[in-house]
Design a binder for this molecule. Sequence first.
Ligand SMILES: NC(=O)c1ccc[n+]([C@@H]2O[C@H](COP(=O)([O-])OP(=O)(O)OC[C@H]3O[C@@H](n4cnc5c(N)ncnc54)[C@H](O)[C@@H]3O)[C@@H](O)[C@H]2O)c1
Length: 334
Amino acid sequence: MTAGGILVTGAGTIGLHVAQLLVEQGREVTLADVAPDLSRIEAIVDVEAVRIATLDVTDTDALATIARQNRFEGVIHTAALLTGAAHLAPARAVAVNLGGAINVMELARRGAVGRVILAGSTSVQYATFGVPSPDPIPEDFAIRVVSQAPASIYATTKLAAEFLAGNYAALFDTDLAVLRYAAVLGATLRPDAGLVSRLVGMLLEKGSRGEVAVIDDPRLVWDGIEEFVDPRDCAAGSVAALDALTLDTRIYTLTNPIGYTFERFIDTVRALHPTLRVDLRVPIRGGFASAARPRTALSDIDAARRELGYRPAYDLRQSFEYLATLLDREKALR
Ligand SMILES: NC(=O)c1ccc[n+]([C@@H]2O[C@H](COP(=O)([O-])OP(=O)(O)OC[C@H]3O[C@@H](n4cnc5c(N)ncnc54)[C@H](O)[C@@H]3O)[C@@H](O)[C@H]2O)c1
């Protein structure tokens, strides 16, 4: 494999931060998305320094062509439909989340690209919540395959992709890793965005205007605690996985393992916008993103620390300060 730069699929919250970090490292980056949103990209990435491609990861021919033309040394595959979008379009979510992952792994199996890093999700743990545990949740957590099967189409696609990644690694010696990102902190006013980005975008926007933030979507609130990760920490962990000498554990959790109650989360926004008022129109019940039960333990990040040198660098307040600047940039560019 010749060094032909890195393919980043998905020009969303994580893909954009990964692309920008790679650019800052002086690396050649192709950022591919089914519908690249230039104003969103420009808010985070130096667009002069990346190649932007319109590409559907379900299109095997297009993927083969771009791989042949560029001989990528690695792929960070983030393109996906998230929880809400997957619920609205289940068949498309399976095609993109599972089919896209398979298509990228196939490229690696055939030697058309180097190492593949797949975006996983800690939502694969959600159905196991509710059993109190003194220990953090390891990558190899126990799951009952019927009563604790993933409760969302999204989490099912993510767990199935993990299993297939395990098959590709074991059966075909494909060089890959899955990174289970926790709820990623983003901020946007786009209604079709992921749950956290919508929640934070609304809170920051209403807070900055002194207006009331109305929360009427039960998926945006949580009982107990939830953990989050800054997109810059996701990017650092993802690039570290791309460059790691070996990937022995193969599945790693990237989070900042600090438990936030919903109230503490809101209070952290209030530290920036003291006049923020929240009109909560749904009961606080179950976990984040409609998990049936609240999270009872944080994730174990020891494998990522040990093998990738991953260290979460940002706490929630620092993330909100950063996201407020991103939101301003997004609004200015629209
Ligand atoms: N945001 C989170 O809280 C979170 C948490 C855990 C895991 N993840 C995972 O991380 C990855 C990236 O998440 P994100 O927050 O950046 O999401 P995002 O929605 O911001 O970005 C996803 C991007 O994928 C693109 N996309 C969708 N279908 C495509 C297709 N067929 N071909 C090419 N591109 C396509 C979308 O246009 C979008 O730009 C996803 O795989 C997601 O499952 C996200």
